[in-house]
Design a protein around this ligand. Structure first.
Ligand code: SAM
Length: 207
């Protein structure tokens, strides 16, 4: 928790309060529906909250931006990002109903007004978004196939709309064929060995 304050000094008292509540809410819900591994729940601020917020180090979403979190599970990276950007509209989608139940309970517990949840496969969504965020869902070729056509062409940001994906390890092979991909090592932003191999992959929308 202290780490989060340190890396994001401009958080308001309300945002800090909400982030503080996260551990209790997940510890409680995780006993009923397992969405976070046991080892990770003790390190929820580093492994889930801070990891999710790495995306905020790459891009500050403008107010009014529409962001889709694909395969959100229990709400990562969507929930921490929704706390960080209260004026941005987040849609969190997962194909497993009980995971979305946890998302709904956490959203209610934190009184987040900017989060909508959807229990479906992303392929079935018709809407378009400015950005798609995700972590640990599918290899990039499968993922980009699933979300094809779901990113709006016009951007209000200084960069093109696109995908911000949290990935680990050597991505050389997986990202072959994605010439416009940019890779941001998270250890450049947060000093914790957990982030040693972790990256944010930014994939701008293709024309
Ligand atoms: C390994 S979990 C990751 C959960 C979360 N993103 C995290 O990092 O904690 C992958 C999630 O993706 C969901 N998922 C897989 N394929 C999906 C699809 N096509 N549409 C929506 N959700 C999907 C699964 O149900 C699962 O909850």
């Amino acid at each position: 928790m202290d780490q989060i304050n340190h890396y994001f000094p401009s958080l308001t008292e309300d945002q800090i309060q909400k982030i503080r509540q996260i551990a209790d809410l997940y510890k409680d819900w995780n006993q009923k529906i397992n969405v976070v591994s046991r080892k990770d729940i003790d390190e929820i601020y580093t492994r889930h909250v801070l990891h999710s917020l790495a995306i905020a180090k790459i891009l500050q979403f403008n107010p009014g931006t529409k962001v889709l979190d694909v395969g959100t599970g229990g709400g990562f990276p969507g929930i921490p990002l929704a706390i960080m950007f209260p004026e941005v509209h987040f849609t969190l989608i997962d194909s497993i109903g009980k995971k979305i139940k946890v998302v709904d309970e956490v959203v209610e517990g934190l009184q987040l007004q900017n989060v909508k949840s959807v229990n479906d496969r992303v392929e079935n969504l018709d809407n378009q978004f400015d950005f798609i965020v995700s972590r640990a869902v599918a290899a990039m070729p499968t993922f980009t196939h699933w979300v094809k056509g779901k990113i709006k062409p016009k951007s209000s940001h200084s960069v093109k709309n696109g995908i911000l994906y949290l990935k680990g390890g050597d991505l050389t092979e997986e990202l072959q064929g994605y010439k416009t991909a940019e890779i941001f090592p998270i250890q450049n932003y947060f000093e914790d060995e957990f982030f040693e191999t972790k990256k944010v992959v930014y994939l701008p929308r293709k024309r």
